[in-house]
Design a protein around this ligand. Sequence first.
Ligand code: ACO
Length: 341
Amino acid sequence: MAARAAVLTGLGGYLPPRTVTNDELPRQLDTSDEWIRRRTGIRQRHWAGPGVSTGDLAVEAGHRALRSAALGTGDTVGMVIVATTTPDHPCPATAPDVAARLGLGQAAAFDLAAGCSGFVYALATAAAALTAGHAEHALVIGAETFSTVLDPADRTTAVIFGDGAGAVVLRAGTRDEPGAVLAVDLGADGTGKDFASIPGGGARERSLRPEPNPDDRYLRMRGKEIFTHAVHRMEHSSAAALATVGWHVDEVDHLVGHQANLRILHALARQLGMDRQRVVSHIQQAGNTSAASIPLALADAAARHRFQAHDRLLLTAFGAGLTWGSAALTWPAPTPGRAHP
Ligand code: ACO
């Protein structure tokens, strides 16, 4: 009998209704639709707006993923992971509240912070737990409200990031089933911690001064350096995941990279020796939604019937930390009554 593995069985994405086109960005940013499209591919992003939190978006995406998984009454979700860099509170984690709001009883629930690589890290964590027999189903959500940490005067970040959430349901199955997560590769390099960071709001700042510096709550990013590292790290991580699963790059049907910049995705494909037709992109509509970007790209592509059962997918991400990660999986067969997982 084939070895145990995590199998993709549900998928959902949620973008808050308010879209902000490039032309609608605040004038003070001194940018243009032409610059943003040419340098990033982004045409619009979604911003959640007052009173809407990461947890709210996570609940919407989680609900959609659970509905698409069509779990039976006897099926129990034993683990909920919310990958996020913009949690609702420093304490407690966002995931237990999300699990409770989704009616998932007393499932293990925790947040995972790995920047834009968070979803791949969470997928790997949940897949390991299912493979080890710690749960039969897991809900993995990537959710962010980066609009809450954007400096409205910083054009290098404010034009890029958007809010949203994407989620998958995994179940314990076997490696020979379509939908199986077959390989993962994860890595980090903390010497690059200042490349993308939110300086304030944590123990470091609180240990230094009682009154926080208001500007320290904003994301600071060294975009050019991140660009170079992102292509390099995702290329090598992708190669490592492909080597583990034993696929040649020509056998990959879809490259689903972190949606940070369309130029990064194209540079990555070029480095890997893949044609652009296999690059899945959603950044044009949603911007960089950090940990939400890969499951949102998957949900968007699935809704457009881009994937067929047994297709080979390579997921790869890079983000603050620095962190990176990749996963190789196949696309599941449709369950009767459902168009896609
Ligand atoms: N509008 C107009 N001009 C701009 C803008 C803007 N929004 N932003 C920068 N510029 C200007 C710069 O000032 C610079 O002008 P200069 O030549 O007169 O000095 C020029 O455009 C070029 O700037 P670069 O920084 O070289 O622009 P680049 O092509 O590198 O694009 C960008 C910047 C989009 C940020 C790119 O570097 C990028 O996508 N980086 C990766 C970001 C990423 O992956 N983030 C994910 C990790 S974050 C996380 O995990 C939370």
